[in-house]
Design a protein around this ligand. Sequence first.
Ligand code: 13P
Ligand code: SF4
Length: 328
Amino acid sequence: MISDLSALRDQILRFKEEKRAVILSHNYQRDEVQEIADFVGDSLELSRIAATRDCDMIVFCGVHFMAESASILSPEKTVLLPEQEAGCPMADMIRVDAPRPVRKKFPGFENPPAYVYPPEFTLKDIKGQYPGVPVVAYVNTTAEVKAESDICCTSANVVRVIESLPGDSVICVPDKNLSMWAARNTKKRVIAWDGYCNVHERVTVQDVQKARREHPQAVLMAHPECRIEVLERADHVTSTSGMLRFATTSPQHEFVVGTEIGLMHRLRKENPHKTFYPLRKDMVCPNMKKTTLQSILRAFEENTFVVQVPEPIRIPAKRSLDRMLEVA
Ligand code: 13P
Ligand code: SF4
């Protein structure tokens, strides 16, 4: 194990060259992982790069569904996820097949009639209840769910994706918060699932009020995975890279950041004269933080962990991702 940081970096860069690899990092990764990556971005940007970049190998510093999407889009490339256990709990909140349908009306949902479904329900159940209604799968889903859906979306393009579809209703899985936010911004009826991100779900209206009191001059940005009552009180709602673009081009100097704290690194680095405060200091995604420089080096040395999707699932899953990339 190399403990010297610069030796570790040099070794990674040598492997990268030798294996014609590209290192991709999500905006939530550790600072040192973002620094060694060739590209740092949000889910949409990273899928685009994975689909188009000329290389033999992609080392994906993110969570499992992101590496899986890269492999779906570029099956000829070896896609490595340096930490096998780096998953997204929200992506596991929906399965294609399984038991018993139950449904409950979701109170306070203004775009009626929309329902949020409990976890024991499956994607096939909801499709059965709304035959012919197109399914939009957030990229934070498994390849199987993408394969069973009509189109994918990310937080950067959800409304545009929904509006690209025929008919007046869509099923949107698995994030209820993203779905509710989309419902507020489209005339279509959005049928939502009951999934959520535990990192963003923990933000409350009280956190927003506290941030407003402490930083009265600041612009408050929030990721659409936050609760709807938080989003309603934010000044700007957008994806992680959307926040970067907004903060960089805005004439304002202070920002409260309502997303995972990994984004603070780029915000501060790219805007050294502006000030950024986390909406909550504990907005930390433990799965995003699993990847370290040591795990990237191990990935190169041991060719771990290869992410690959069987062809009968990959082909329909790719169709859903391709449709999204065409629309967005
Ligand atoms: P972005 O696509 O905005 O980067 O979000 C991905 C994610 O997992 C948010 O929790
Ligand atoms: Fe999943 Fe939330 Fe982590 Fe994003 S921040 S990867 S949605 S658990």
